[in-house]
Design a protein around this ligand. Sequence first.
Ligand code: GLU
Length: 511
Amino acid sequence: MNPEKVRVRFAPSPTGPLHLGGVRTALYNYLFARKHGGDFILRIEDTDRQRFVNGAEQYIIESLNWCGIHFDEDVVKGGPYSPYRQSDRSSLYKHHIGLLLNSGHAYYAFDSAAELEEKRKQGHTSGMDQFQYNFKTRMLMKNSLSLPEQEVRNRIARGEAYVVRIRIPEEEVVVFNDIIRGEITVHTGTLDDKVLFKSDGLPTYHLANVVDDYLMKISHVIRGEEWLPSAPMHLLLYRFFGWEENMPKFAHLPLILKPEGNGKLSKRDGDRLGFPVFPLAWTDPVTGDISHGYREDGYLPEAFINILALLGWNPGTEKELFSMEELIQSFSIERVGKHGSKFDPEKAKWFNHQYLIHQPDNELLRIMKNYLTQRDISALDDYVLRVVHLTKERANLTGDLWSNSWFFFQAPLSFDEKAKNKIWQPTTGEIVREFATEIKLSVDFNKDVLHVIATNFTERKQIKLGQLLTPLRLLIVGSNQGPGIMDVAEILGKQEFLSRIETGLSKMGEC
Ligand code: GLU
C-alpha cells in the first residue's frame, strides 16, 4: 500500500441523529479525500452499547446519502478492511488489549461503580481536586498494579467484573502537530488512566478508534474539537503499540456555535429559534419525539452542504456559492479556522433561496408536484411550470413554492379579514363588477391586455388603479399578498378569473 495515499474516515457513534456538526465533519473528510484522490471510509463506532440507539446507523447513512456524501468503503458495500462496524470487530480489540496488558501499558481494575462514585464524592466534599484515576491514585485502588498477583488471578478466574485501564506515564511530554491548531504539548501527568476495555468485553472508543485507524491505514484523522483532549492519549497508544511511524496526521475542527456565538450549537438552540440542527427529521425511538430536519423543512441538499462548508472553512475569496465539485477543487484543510463559527439561520435560508431560484424549472416542477400529489391536486405540467416560474423568486424553502402559489390550484375559501376591512369600500363591489363585464367582452386575455383595460377603466372612473387591483387581488387570491395580479390572472385564464370574481363578490355579500 502506498504510504502517501490519503485515507480518511468518518466514524460516528450511533447514539442518536447526526448533528449538523457531524455532517460537516463528514463533508470535510469527503472533500479532503476527493481533492487528494484518496479513499473515504465510513466506520460505525458502536461499542458503547449503553448509548446505542436503534435506527441511528440507518439515519446516519441516509443523511449522508441525501447530502451527496458518498463512501468508498462502508458497512453496506464493505471493502478491503471489512468489517466496518466495530461491534463486528470485537476479537481484534481483545487481541490488542492483550498486547497492552502484556507490555505493561495497561492493567486490570476491579473497582466497582459504587466505589468509584464514593471516591468522586469524597473528592467533592473534602474540597480536593476532582478525583482522577491516575498515577497519583492508582495504587490506592483495586487493580492489578496494587493487588498481589495471585489475587488478581483469582479474581479473574472467579469471573469478577473488571475493566482494563491505560497506564499513563507519570512524567512525559507528548508533543504533536495539529494541522489546524499547530503544535500541541501536553504533560502526561494531567491525563488520567482511561478505561480502554469494559466489563462487557467490548473496547471503549479510545482503544477501538486507534486500533481501527491503524488497521484501516488511515492517513488523516479529521474530527471535531471535542476529541482534542483525547488526542494525547491516542498518541500514547500509537507509541505503546509501536505504531508511531504509521500514525495519522490530526486535524481538530472548530465548533459550530450558537447564533449568538456563546457556546456550541445545540438542539435546544434550534428549538428555541425555530431551525433544525439535524439533516433529516428524526423520531426518537423511545419517547416518540420528532425533531425537525433540513430535508423535511424544505432545504435542498446542495444548499445545506454549501452552508456547512462555509462554517469553519474560508475559501479566501468573496465567493459564497459552491457546488460539490467546486468545493472539492477549492477545499483545503489549512484554510479551516481555529475558532468556532456562528450558525446564522437567516443566512442558511438565503443559501437555500439562491439554490432554489437557480434550479431548472423542471426540477421545481418535480418538487411542486409532490406538494400537489400530497393534496390530491392534479394539474397539467405546463400550467405548474408557469406557476413555479412566476413564484420561485419569493421562495426560501421548498414549502414556500406551495404556500406562495396555492391559489393557482384552488380558489380561496375565505378572505383575509384585516385586508378586507382595509380594502373594501361601499363602492368596491360595483367597481369590480363593471370591470369584470368589460373583461368578459374582451377577446384577448393576457396581462398586457388586462393592464390596458384596467388603466382605461380606472381613468374613466377617475379612481386610482389600486382601488381596482387591490380588491381584485383579494377576490382572486384571498389576501393582499402574492405576485402581480395581472400575472396571476393570465395564468389562471379568463374563465377562472371571472368565476372567482363572481364567487368572491357573492361571498362578500355583493350581489
Ligand atoms: N465515534 C467518535 C464520534 O462519534 C469518533 C471520533 C473520531 O473521529 O475519532 O465522534
